[in-house]
Ligand binder design. Structure first.
Ligand code: NDP
Length: 366
């Protein structure tokens, strides 16, 4: 028997109040023909994980007593990296030692081990497989554990809706220093698009601007500059220099910030809203709709890739290749290692990680 520990909640609420760790047994000597047992290598905290626990996210895991809890409980965590430690007799897609990520969200990644059907996982190369494949490097734990949400979001938003002309066209984004924002900066550089990133002012503004520039940002401006009429001509000058237009806006903030971002779009431009970090509604001036024919639409990676599993595989393959070729740098995480024999239960580690996520992306390693 293998003992798995999993973070669950039976009632929605703040993570600090509702999470608990539950232990349950996996019978590793009798697994089904198509089943696999995985060991968690790392699982991050994303904003959507927190919103799920709070009960304000539209996609949620089912509450179940399958983990042996008295009350039906839902598992936490959507993204994570796993290693296969046992395979059933008819499993052909995985071998022991392979790395895998959940094929769908809501798997419950904040746990030490899982018994699953092989169809619930997608294989990604582990470092020795990448090297055997002629690559100079393999994925890191952080890259594997955070590959399913933020990098595909950035790549798909940049390529799936609007055709930007390499070398000429631009996209604008707010939350330029968010994890998604940093991937969007790098991927746009790889694809030859110009980026204009809006960030909030801070004491070490220049340091952050330098960091984003080193990732490949074309231009980085503050929220104040984004909202200022006087700054508009400077941006127009930048786009004129490249002979292109700002055809796409990526909005994860909302409020006045998103209004400023939408105003920078050229005629017929598209604003994709994928997050609402300010908790303010998106307000678009009527004139932008009528006279500039701006379109405002939502983007949700979960729904898009659920409807199109082939696109998911294609997108992940591209991200893996960029990582292996060292063309893409992962957004760094603050890593904390879980000690299964230590004093701190797993849910307390995640509760601390939720609080600390304001200081940067948190990754629990196992
Ligand atoms: P991060 O935690 O890495 O970054 C959060 C960003 O939000 C930072 O740039 C932060 O800026 C900014 N921010 C926070 N509060 C405010 C505010 N009040 N006003 C302006 N900016 C603010 O986040 P992720 O990259 O992981 O995710 C970013 C957003 O994208 C989230 O809302 C997430 O849910 C969403 N998302 C949506 C997806 C989808 O499919 N729709 C997929 C992936 C992510 P600062 O440093 O100044 O605090």
């Amino acid at each position: 028997m293998l003992t798995s520990q999993i973070v669950v909640y039976s009632q929605h609420g703040e993570p600090a109040d509702v999470l608990s760790t539950h232990s349950y047994e996996i019978d590793d000597s009798h697994i089904g023909d198509n089943e696999i047992i995985v060991k968690t290598l790392a699982a991050p905290v994303n904003p959507s994980d927190i919103n799920q626990i709070q009960g304000v996210y539209p996609s949620k895991p089912e509450k179940t007593t399958n983990f042996g809890t008295v009350e039906a409980s839902a598992p936490c965590g959507n993204e994570g990296l796993f290693e296969i430690i046992k395979v059933g007799s008819k499993v052909t897609d995985f071998s022991i030692g392979d790395w895998a990520i959940p094929a769908q969200v809501n798997f419950g990644t904040w746990r030490t081990h899982a018994l699953a059907n092989d169809s619930e996982f997608l294989k990604i190369p582990n470092p020795s497989q990448s090297k055997a494949n002629g690559k100079s490097t393999g994925l890191t734990i952080n890259q594997g554990a955070t590959i399913s949400v933020n990098p595909p979001t950035a790549l798909l938003m940049l390529t799936h809706y609007v055709k930007l002309i390499p070398g000429k066209d631009w996209f604008i984004q707010n939350g330029g220093n968010s994890a998604v924002g940093k991937y969007a900066i790098q991927i746009s550089k790889l694809l030859g698009f110009n980026s204009l990133s809006v960030i909030r002012d801070r004491p070490n503004l220049q340091e952050l601007k330098d960091e984003l520039t080193s990732l490949g940002a074309t231009k980085v401006i503050t929220e104040e500059e984004n909202g200022s009429k006087e700054f508009g001509p400077t941006i127009k000058g930048w786009t004129k220099e490249t002979g292109g237009e700002i055809k796409l806006a990526l909005n994860c903030v909302g409020g006045k910030n998103s209004t400023g971002v939408a105003r920078k779009l050229a005629n017929n431009g598209l604003m994709l809203t994928y997050g609402g970090m300010s908790f303010q509604p998106v307000i678009l001036p009527t004139s932008l709709h009528i006279f500039k024919n701006i379109t405002s639409a939502g983007f949700w990676v979960t729904q898009l890739l659920k409807q199109n599993p082939e696109l998911k595989v294609e997108t992940l393959n591209q991200i893996v290749e960029w990582y292996e070729d060292e063309k893409l740098i992962d957004a760094p995480s603050l890593q904390t290692k879980f000690d299964p024999n230590g004093d701190k239960p797993l849910h307390e580690l995640y509760q601390e990680a939720v609080i600390n996520s304001k200081q940067g992306k948190q990754l629990i390693t196992f």
